[in-house]
Structures are given as C-alpha cells and as structure tokens.
Design a protein around this ligand. Structure first.
Ligand code: SF4
Ligand code: SF4
Length: 183
C-alpha cells in the first residue's frame, strides 16, 4: 500500500469516527432530558446578556441635539433635525432611528457625549411587515407658536423651520435624499 492510499484511508477512518462522536453527543442529550439545551421559544425567552445590543433608544429629554450620533452613523440610520429654542439651546424636533437600516455597530452610542442618553435596550422582538413601522420616532416636535396668527404658522406639510442655516444642523438622510442618490 502506497503512502498516498494510507493517508486516504486514514482520513476516511477519521471522518467515520467524527460522525459517531457527534452522534454520541446527540444521543446523550436525547436520552437524558436533564441535559436539554434547547428552549421552547417564544413561550420561554432567554434573558439577553448585559451588553446585548437590542433596539436603540434615546432619552430625548437629555439629548443636546449635538448631532454626533447622526454624523458618525455609517448607514444614515439616524435622521435628526434641530432648531434653537428661546434659550438658544438646540431642540431635537425630529429624531428618527430606522431600525431596518441600523447595523447595531454601536458607534453612535460611543459618540454620544451625554451619559445614558443614547443606548441599546435588550428588546429584540420588533419584527414587522412594514418598514415604516421599524422607524422609532423620538423627536420633540416643533416649538409651539402661540403668538402667531394661524395664517402665519407653517403648514404641517412644510419641512421643519429651523431658523438661520448655521442654527439648523440636519444630519442623516431622509428617504427622499436616499432615493435621489439611488441608495
Ligand atoms: S448602532 Fe451603528 S448603524 Fe445603528 S444607528 Fe448607531 S451608528 Fe448607526
Ligand atoms: S449624540 Fe447624544 S446628545 Fe448628541 S444628538 Fe445624538 S443622542 Fe443627542
């Protein structure tokens, strides 16, 4: 028998041995219920690990509207529009997170300068038949304009009025922008 054919038969023997080794493990679990490793999902749910990255959330009340998260997002999953309020602070009037685009990289969470403002929850069951339902809306909405007569108020169809250009950082991309870019 040549060296080549010896090697060939040794590999075959190893393959057969590995099949029976695997079968032994499977049969072991099969005949011993105490060793079950499967769970009856969705009746039984596993608690995710502490660092699990589930659905992304923002505590909009402590968000400074700095836009760091939207600017760093590699897939434009965050659409953020801000206006200056009466105290010259940025107000996130629109803060949308598209969970269908998000790749859960965590870059936005790392970039956020405010502790516990942007974070992953352990929630992982949010599948949907509609992509629109996968967008989380956190924005505070436009500032109330009680002094203006109704005729002067912007129509709900108009884009957010954001004051001077330097005061309205608009980050991320809207679906319209993406369509224009052919994404
Ligand atoms: S986790 Fe990554 S992909 Fe998702 S919104 Fe944040 S930066 Fe974008
Ligand atoms: S980085 Fe944090 S504080 Fe800045 S806009 Fe995003 S969520 Fe708000």
């Amino acid at each position: 028998m040549t060296e080549n054919s010896k090697g060939y038969f040794k590999k075959m023997l190893d393959a057969v041995k590995s099949v029976f080794t695997g079968l032994g493990v499977t049969i072991g679990y099969g005949v011993s219920p105490g060793r079950e490793v499967t769970q009856q999902y969705p009746e039984v749910k596993r608690e995710p690990y502490d660092r699990f990255r589930g659905k992304l959330f923002v505590d909009i009340n402590i968000c400074t509207g700095c836009t760091a998260c939207a600017r760093i997002c590699p897939v434009d999953a965050i659409v953020l529009k801000t206006v200056r309020d009466e105290n010259k602070k940025l107000r996130p009037v629109v803060f949308d997170i598209d969970n269908a685009r998000c790749i859960y990289c965590g870059l936005c969470v790392e970039a956020c300068p405010v502790d516990n403002c942007l974070y992953f929850r352990k929630e992982y069951e949010f599948s949907s038949y509609s992509k629109d339902e996968l967008i989380s809306h956190f924005g505070l909405g436009e500032l109330p304009q009680p002094d203006k007569p109704a005729a002067d108020r912007p129509s709900p169809d108009m884009p957010a009025q954001a004051g001077p250009a330097k005061d309205q950082p608009v980050q991320g991309k809207t679906d319209e922008t993406r369509k224009e870019e052919g994404k």
